[in-house]
Design a protein around this ligand. Structure first.
Ligand code: HEM
Length: 582
């Protein structure tokens, strides 16, 4: 396998930015050994190696202990805390079995109206900020997209009546959910201690330990954040318990008053399919007692879904709006496609026409929304080039050999097509490098080209699920995007790795895709976005830069910005007649 002999190059993967992560794979191939003072890791982007780590040999490559145990401490028994050790593997399988149908396309259809109303609220909030004369205003769109994603998970997933788009302040529970992701990033250094505490102390003494380290007299900034984290977890926990108890009571009342008291999974009355928790609770009560999940597990799913679905979706949405602002032609093309789908030939110019448009958009069915070719290309291409979670890690539970699709050179210069993986070694899954592999995606793999998806014979919206075969049988001679000479990545979404592969792949990808499409379509029809153009008092124009720090963080580059605070300032105005290309 290729070696890079610079001490500490492991750290650079997490600090060096997108270009470094991509260059590493381009220069050294799909398996690169990286070193640091404390640990080595294999940086992977080879398709066959991914298949082995994430699908075929997934039990030999577990999530690190730190990840599982701290998730359990924070969220309870949800999906991302029930993987890992053997007996947890079984619990995870059981949870996925119940939850997979909950995320079915037919259930997504039922959730769309909730997202439509959020998308319309977002648009109205932004429109209300604009000058009446049609000129543009610079707006930082990041907090608004983040609030939409927050309302999305609260309302469509939890059935919790949040209103972060309109309320001046979030209620305590919604605010705790919002704070969770940022606080987890800020207290990352604390995570390695969690397994030590959980393994060595009884629940009673674990609690005493946490009481001790979060005592108010602990003066440091570090402890202030851990204390805040504990406060947020407690609010989230009691809020989720309360919302869950209400949902359960509501479900029991409905069941008692309903003629068909025995609902079946995927066969709920449309009027009852209001949110994911509803669907989940009904699926659970309809399943056999051996497959049924305990209340604690259902509760854990609530917390996990919010955590897993919030910052990931915000990141993807804000990148998408930014890219459209940067690419006016793609924006105009997308807007024209949406207008045609809405079925109106003219642009909304006054309020009565605007509300007509809104109603028309509201009636855009799930199938129409999900099959708009260019919208589909915009969303897929954004998710391919800028996956919200660019790097994931796994730890080998036993020594094994990893086959490679594309041979690499070992440090002795020999070409090898399999690499030894010692027990306990770390593997970095570079989703980023895989999604930009030129051999698979072509020489323009690093470019954002939504139109590349239009020529795929799989067609927009069509999913080819990985069937476990290492090469795709070539049924057709026409090229399929993301498949080269029958070789492809094992990802669950369009041959890319953004939502990962195997039984731990993202369960919420259909929801995320639908939410992105709904919000982008609604925004595009009413609003025009462009990069900032106004110079500040020193003559500097804001330039947005995306920094890779685990997540992609958009900041305004110095000297016009501080280079730290997450922001996406864009020039926003109402759509005009020449903002269409046909
Ligand atoms: C653009 C948005 C999203 C991206 C890029 C994304 C990506 C991912 C990835 C890469 C994983 C695998 C993590 C790992 O291997 O450790 C994952 C897992 C997961 N995602 Fe997503 N996700 C997104 C949105 C969502 C949404 C909206 C939900 C909930 C509705 C969700 C729920 C989950 C859950 C529960 C898991 C854990 C699955 C398991 O362990 O069985 N995600 N996601």
């Amino acid at each position: 396998m290729s070696d890079v002999d610079i001490s500490g190059n492991l750290r650079k993967v997490f600090r060096g930015g997108v270009d470094h992560c991509v260059d590493l794979a381009e220069k050294y191939g799909g398996a690169v050994r990286l070193t640091s003072l404390f640990a080595d890791a294999i940086y992977l982007s080879d398709p066959l190696a991914f298949y082995h780590v994430l699908v075929k040999e997934q039990h030999s490559f577990e999530e690190p202990d730190v990840f599982i145990m701290s998730n359990k401490a924070m969220f309870g028994e949800g999906l991302i805390s029930t993987i890992g050790e053997k007996h947890h593997g079984e619990q995870h399988r059981k949870q996925r079995k119940l939850l997979n149908p909950v995320f079915s396309t037919s259930n997504m259809r039922e959730l769309l109206p909730t997202l439509q109303s959020i998308a319309h609220k977002l648009t109205s909030v932004l429109v209300a900020k604009l000058p009446d004369d049609g000129s543009y205003k610079e707006i930082d769109v990041l907090p608004w997209l983040s609030r939409s994603a927050l309302d999305g998970v609260c309302q469509a997933i939890l059935g919790y009546p949040s209103n972060s788009l309109e309320a001046a302040e979030n209620d305590e529970y919604t605010e705790a959910l919002r704070m969770m992701g940022p606080l987890i990033s800020r207290t990352m250094y604390f995570r390695p201690y969690v397994p030590m505490v959980v393994r060595n102390l009884s629940p009673y003494w674990s609690r005493k330990f946490v009481d001790f380290i979060t005592a108010p007299w602990m003066p440091t900034e570090t402890m202030r954040e851990v204390r805040e984290m504990r406060r947020i977890i407690e609010i989230m926990d009691s809020g989720s318990k309360k919302a869950f108890a209400e949902k359960k009571a509501d479900l029991e009342t409905t069941a008692l008053s309903s003629a068909d008291a025995e609902p079946e999974v995927g066969d709920l009355k449309p009027s009852r399919r209001k949110d994911m928790m509803d669907i989940m609770l009904r699926a659970n009560s309809a399943s056999s007692s051996s497959e049924r999940l305990a209340d604690a597990e259902l509760l854990g799913q609530m917390n996990v879904m919010v955590f897993a679905g919030l910052d990931t979706t915000t990141s993807a949405l804000s990148r998408c709006v930014y890219l459209l602002a940067k690419n006016p032609h793609a924006q105009a093309r997308l807007r024209s496609e949406i207008r045609d789908a809405v079925g109106s030939a003219s642009v909304a110019k006054d309020d009565s026409l605007i509300s007509e448009h809104e109603n028309l958009l509201l009636s855009l069915s799930y199938d129409t929304l999900m099959n708009l070719p260019f919208l589909d290309g915009v969303v897929r291409e954004t998710l391919r080039l800028y996956p919200s979670l660019p790097l994931m890690s796994r730890r080998a539970t036993k020594a094994t050999t990893l086959p490679l699709q594309f041979p690499v050179r070992s440090s002795s210069g020999a070409e090898v097509s399999a690499i030894p993986i010692p027990e306990k070694s770390f593997v970095i899954i570079s989703i980023l490098a895989a999604n930009r592999n030129r051999t698979i995606w072509g020489d323009d793999a690093n470019e954002w080209k939504p139109e590349r998806w239009l020529s795929s014979p799989a067609g927009p919206g069509a999913e080819v699920l990985f069937d476990g075969a290492e090469v795709l049988p070539s049924k057709s001679s026409a090229p399929v995007l993301g498949v080269k000479d029958g070789i492809r990545y094992p990802g669950v979404y369009s041959n890319m790795m953004t939502f990962q592969a195997g039984s731990r792949s993202c369960i919420g990808f259909k929801f995320a895709e639908m939410e992105m499409k709904e919000i982008i379509a609604t925004l595009m029809l009413r609003l025009h976005f462009a990069l900032p153009t106004d110079a500040d008092s020193n003559g500097h124009i804001k330039e947005i830069e995306w920094r890779l720090r685990g997540f992609h963080i958009p900041v305004v580059k110095p000297p016009a910005g501080d280079g730290i605070t997450p922001r996406v300032p864009l020039n926003v105005r109402l759509v005009q007649e020449d903002d269409f290309i046909w």
